[in-house]
Ligand binder design. Sequence first.
Ligand code: SF4
Ligand code: SF4
Length: 110
Amino acid sequence: MSKYALVIDYKYCTGCHTCEVACRKEKNIPIEEYGIKVIRQGPIKLGGKWMYDFVPIPSNLCDVCTDRIEIGKDPACVQHCLSACMSAVPVEQIGAHIVDKGEKVACFIP
Ligand code: SF4
Ligand code: SF4
């Protein structure tokens, strides 16, 4: 099986924290730990505009839900993300996957 990456198009992230909860349930992660953590960046003034972002950051506990991918399912966070801003992508397809996405795209490879 290909190695997978988590691609996060965080300009669409609403900061709802559903991915944190989905990951915690899927991986039985205790409350003081995170498989993925949504941080708030800003507000900061940049180039005359106020910027405010939510950025989901996977931790070293994230394996891109390899066990789910092996049986044809999306990772738990991807499945439950309300804005569909995350996807699991084979590493050799990352370039093609992000080429048209524009700014504020992050890629996590465990
Ligand atoms: S891919 Fe799986 S392990 Fe990684 S953050 Fe999402 S739910 Fe958690
Ligand atoms: S579930 Fe999706 S929209 Fe909600 S915080 Fe996570 S990445 Fe952002």
